[in-house]
Design a protein. Structure first.
Ligand SMILES: Nc1ncnc2c1ncn2[C@@H]1O[C@H](COP(=O)(O)OP(=O)(O)OP(=O)(O)O)[C@@H](O)[C@H]1O
Ligand SMILES: [Mg+2]
Length: 263
């Protein structure tokens, strides 16, 4: 296997981290896996004094270490749901468990640390820092985490190799194709070895062939590493690759189909 993800996860989560390195991942932390659990979640937006219900009475369990796709029409609430799970936004009511933590019991500071340590994000428009190279974009979350330079170098190099960008490390986003940018974004999302990676329509800005490659890459990472992938998409290729499909309509769960239940 060209990517060798299992060895990446093994070696990256193994020993060799400096004492006090906040990025180091103890074996026991990775060994424990948790579902994402939403209970009685409601979210409204207020727009010109009008209440827009975006999510209503959401009860949902997203199983760990799987590739879950949230699917639904435009305006159905996919982005809102991902933003809640990603702790980018808070629900108006209900409880949310992510990576074993009840997130609404945390202070804003705790929540932002939790988000940085345990969650990874891949966006439709890549959201890379344009002035930084591919290498620096992947390195950035590790710098923020005060990881020792030697460990950082090793990890960034390995990640860029794993996503097939070893030869492009010095390029800035403006000098890369869409698919290459999304690979950088995936490497960056993986840098701190999150429990959950969230992606809002990650293939929407890619051509069909590149989109397929990116899905393959994410699928490979998901299968070999202990990480839950949660995507929103109406891309048939993404749905096909999913283990589980959550369909939403008008802010409500329509169905949850788990892999194995599908014909
Ligand atoms: N910031 C906001 N202010 C007001 N209403 C909003 C806001 N963001 C989303 N909404 C509304 O909430 C509902 C859900 O929006 P959301 O963006 O979650 O849908 P979506 O399924 O991601 O759609 P798309 O496929 O077009 O991305 C929609 O009715 C939308 O108009
Ligand atoms: Mg959306």
């Amino acid at each position: 296997m060209r990517l060798g993800w299992s060895s990446w996860f093994r070696s990256a989560s193994g020993g060799g981290h400096a004492a006090g390195d906040p990025v180091s991942v103890a074996g026991d932390r990775r060994a424990v896996v948790h579902p994402v659990i939403l209970k009685g979640i409601n979210k409204h937006y207020r727009l010109d004094d009008v209440d827009v219900p975006a999510l209503q009475d959401i009860d949902l369990v997203i199983l760990p270490n799987r590739f879950t796709v949230i699917s639904g029409q435009s305006g159905s609430g996919k982005t809102t749901l991902l933003n809640l799970i990603g702790c980018i936004d808070r629900a108006d009511s209900g409880t949310l468990m992510v990576a074993g933590r009840s997130v609404y019991t945390m202070s804003d500071d705790e929540l932002s640390d939790f988000r940085a340590q345990r969650l990874g994000f891949v966006f439709q428009n890549f959201n890379l820092l344009p002035v930084l190279t591919a290498y620096e974009n992947v390195e950035y979350p590790l710098v923020m985490a005060h990881m020792a330079p030697a460990l950082r170098r090793e990890r960034v190099t390995r990640l860029l190799d794993a996503v097939g960008l070893g030869a492009h490390a010095g390029k800035r986003p403006g000098q890369m194709s869409g698919g290459q940018r999304q690979r950088v974004a995936i490497a960056r999302a993986l840098a701190r070895q999150p429990a959950v990676i969230l992606a809002d329509e990650p293939t929407a800005n890619l051509d069909s062939k590149t989109g397929t490659e990116i899905i393959e890459l994410m699928r490979q990472v998901q299968k070999e590493g202990q990480v839950s992938f949660i995507f929103s998409s109406h891309d048939a290729k993404v749905l096909e690759a999913a283990d589980d499909i959550v369909r939403i309509q008008d802010g409500r769960i329509l169905s949850v189909v788990r892999g194995g239940e599908r014909g």
